[in-house]
Write a protein of this length. Structure first.
Length: 254
């Protein structure tokens, strides 16, 4: 119940954040402008609308997760309000999880609004709206849950600016992990192979949640892959949160 109370309070706090509305406005503007972009393109107009819309949901969702996520804990520490909170009968892990789930609710609401905006655009332009599209949106949300967990992890032991940089860096690396596998196959050094192989399995593979190509070409995904990606996300996010809780529990605020 304490986690839920903190989550609700965090949700109320984040929806008052001006940057949230600015990002949401630009996301919807980008989704709306997809029609103009499609008119300027020589390729399939409907594919452009779908590609640009999903890209807007993903990019602006990540920006929300990073810029708001890093402030959830960092602000409390910098303003020293965390001293008051941990003095109450609230465990540190409850505080951290409450902050995390509160932002997830906010992101869920914003993803829902952006999805509605894109579905309207797709409907008006007679683009195909099928199951794979909604699976892609679900995977984008799981990716945002990933980024939020990473942002909170870094904010437990470093500054807000450095947290943002590190989170953005991991987001980019998470979409480039396939190139690590390429280095493993091409390298002749066993040490380098082992190093890049270790990175490949240790770093989050965010490409597991990228279904934009499937949506564009209307390709269904295997149920086994769908289940694998969801379980991968849940387990990896859980590991990140556990690590964040351990660091936060051991941090001395005196």
């Amino acid at each position: 119940m304490k986690v839920l109370a903190i989550a609700i309070n965090t949700f109320k706090e984040t929806i008052r954040d001006k940057i949230l509305y600015n990002l949401l406005f630009f996301a919807l503007l980008m989704i709306g402008s997809s029609y103009l972009l499609s008119e300027l393109s020589l390729t399939d107009h409907q594919k452009i609308i779908v590609d640009v819309g999903l890209a807007a949901i993903s990019i602006f969702g990540v920006m929300m997760a990073i810029f708001i996520g890093i402030g959830l804990v960092s602000k409390e520490i910098e303003k020293k309000t965390v001293y008051t909170i941990i003095a109450k009968p609230i465990s540190r892990y409850q505080f951290l999880l409450g902050k995390y789930f509160g932002l997830l609710i906010t992101l869920l609401l914003n993803v829902f609004i952006m999805t509605i905006g894109q579905v309207v655009m797709m409907y008006l332009n007679k683009a195909s709206i099928n199951l794979i599209y909604f699976q892609a949106v679900l995977f984008i949300f799981i990716e945002l849950a990933f980024i939020t967990a990473i942002a909170i992890l870094f904010s437990t032991f470093t500054t807000a600016t450095l947290s943002a940089i590190l989170t953005l860096f991991l987001f980019i690396i998470g979409h480039l992990t396939k190139y690590l596998e390429f280095f493993v196959k091409k390298s002749k050094s066993e040490f380098i192979k082992g190093f890049f192989k270790g990175l490949y399995y240790f770093l989050p593979n965010l490409e597991n949640f990228n279904l934009k190509g499937y949506v564009t070409y209307n390709i269904s995904i295997e149920p086994s892959y769908f289940i694998f990606a969801i379980l991968y996300g849940i387990l990896y996010i859980s590991a990140i949160l556990i690590f964040a809780i351990i660091i936060f529990q051991r941090r001395d605020f005196k």
